[in-house]
Design a protein around this ligand. Sequence first.
Ligand code: SAH
Length: 347
Amino acid sequence: MYVCEDGKIDILSLNIDELRQCIADMGEKPFRAGQIYSWLHQKRIADFDSMSDISAQFRERLKEKFCIKSLFIVKRLESKRDNTVKYLYRLSDGNHIETVLMEYEHGNTVCVSTQVGCKMGCRFCASTIAGYKRDLLPSEILLQIYTAQRDSGRKIGGCVLMGIGEPLDNFDNVVRFLELLSSKNGMDMSLRHVSLSTCGLVPKIYELAKLDLGLTLSISLHASDNKSRSAVMPVNDRYDINELLTACRDYFKQTGRRISFEYALIDGHNDSKEDAKRLAELLKGFICHVNIIPVNKIKERNFTSDRRSAQRFRAYLEELGINATVRRTLGADIDAACGQLRREYEI
Ligand code: SAH
């Protein structure tokens, strides 16, 4: 069961069946669960007293048993260039997380965090520098979207799990979040508009494939051989490129979904023509897409890159028949890269 700091049940993390069961256990009519779910996930009220079609007496009993979580907006940074908004939220236990609202031609997408900190230790990533604190509850992932939507007044059509944390390291809560996000009685977002990015926790990729949720899997590959991948991504010592790509083939076979490979370009590290050749060789026969990201400079590390090197690398790949794009760098003026804002706040 999902529990809040005060020991009560985190009602926003429950699915409709669990809510129905809890309500039945309280001796109330199970159909009340549908009403309550709709207050929480469609009307998005923040307290039980707003549930006007529930009796005052039952509301008091609900308050004793459940808590309704919320996120507090500590900081809101809006890019002057591209309408990207970055939120720093405070969780009810005082920890901080980041969420980014991005505007694309086809609509608004929210980039959510899945953990407070991260265990994975990728060398170029600010989210992992101070280590890992805890997993986010399903409600805390979902509220990042609800809160950004309410604050911005924008319609939100997509979600990427590319904020702080490794989503597959918080597997069960992430899967529940996806269930709530796509629920007909809630946000009703199609999981076709959701991308989940992982550094490559291989056993969990197999598990995710079995669920066949219809989402896009993004793999943070960032290198074309084990030596250079291990140098920046410690997870590669646990699951190497070969094991990772075998899991990706399985994912495609099970789900029919094209895989997206992320490649953070670091000058002098993984940007040569040789790297492009090795990458093309690795991805031969894959139905996939490579997303080249000029590495975002973080002040704790010396890695650099720019759009020109990224375009050059893309041209190498295209010559070799690999479908690649250079990711638009949104929110560059507001430090929108993973974990940078939280770092300034927590330490
Ligand atoms: N843990 C997941 C998702 C979070 S990070 C993962 O590893 O995929 C989202 C993406 O941003 C990943 O591809 C990650 O490698 C990349 N990233 C992190 N720091 C970066 C930086 N400084 N510059 C460019 N990309 C970065």
